[in-house]
Ligand binder design. Sequence first.
Ligand SMILES: CC(C)(COP(=O)(O)OP(=O)(O)OC[C@H]1O[C@@H](n2cnc3c(N)ncnc32)[C@H](O)[C@@H]1OP(=O)(O)O)[C@@H](O)C(=O)NCCC(=O)NCCS
Length: 333
Amino acid sequence: MERRAAILGTGHYLPTKVVTNDDLAQIMPTTHEWIHQRTGIRERRFIEESGIGASDLAIPAVKMAVEQAGRELKDVDAVLFATLSPDHQFPGAGCLLIHKLGLPGVPALDVRNQCSGFLYSLSVADAWVRAGVYKNVLVVGSEVHSTGVEFNERGRDVAVLFGDGAGAALIGEATRPEQGIRALELHADGSGAYDLWLEAPASKFNPRLTHEMLDAGKHYPHMNGKKVFKHAVTRMPQAIMEGMIANGLKLDDVDMVIPHQANLRINQFVAKMIGLPEHKMHNNIQKTGNTTAATIPICMHDAIGLGKIKPGDLVCLVAFGAGLTWGSAFLRY
Ligand SMILES: CC(C)(COP(=O)(O)OP(=O)(O)OC[C@H]1O[C@@H](n2cnc3c(N)ncnc32)[C@H](O)[C@@H]1OP(=O)(O)O)[C@@H](O)C(=O)NCCC(=O)NCCS
């Protein structure tokens, strides 16, 4: 029988420092009302102190996912690390993570697909497991944003959206006949690359970073919020429909949608567009902000813990983000 890959366990970790909208309003010109009305976000978590990287946040999330899967760390035979905020430009955060986990020799691949990074990584893990290349593949999404945004008027449109955190999933061969990943749809379109990007330091410039670039804030992300919003509400419904058509599924078959957590209003809009009842979508951005590649595993783990996803449920994961990138996955948990 054909081998099928499944999510065997999930885990998450959020730093302990809670930052409310009112806390942000103390340090830059913004208000709780502005942030909450447009995004649904009430609070997010930030790392407690300088020196904590994406690979550090991933450790507890990974341990939780491995334990939930009924496996041990030594069973992990490959790591995919999705992040747009790796500890350093290079080497990859995955290499740092396997060192910290005590897994020398295990291959580690960083995936740089921003908010769609978890789905892109899941696709690679799915292919590896089905092809028999690796048995237990750890997929990690982890981000430290709080050190990479500017808390002032210039950066406030971006700074209020993001939070720090990590999520993880262990992918292995399905253990029940109905369980497993059914469909994965991935897309990218570089024509929108500069609608959400970070310009410098950049290898195309010599030197890669200058004092002038720092003064101009080119080392902070820049976003065309309205265009990104439009991208999200167009591409996410498309990706969901595409996955359903590829699998001969109806919306009624879907038990739970876990969308990327960029903006609650975007997700509510997407649900309305496809006619999805409110109780079939789980959101937790209210408490986490946008943790980019980590949102989907964090949100899925949250939904499992709340009993909103049970074994045998058909789950749809859907994402969009910088690149521009977007995609969906359908799986039986
Ligand atoms: C960011 C976003 C919430 C902004 O909403 P918007 O409807 O585009 O913004 P509005 O037109 O309502 O408001 C813009 C005004 O608010 C101001 N503003 C921006 N950020 C602000 C903040 N944090 N607090 C207060 N005011 C702010 C702007 O300066 C602008 O002022 P102006 O009208 O005087 O020029 C929205 O565009 C969005 O969510 N886009 C998608 C972003 C996203 O998901 N990114 C991650 C992708 S993975």
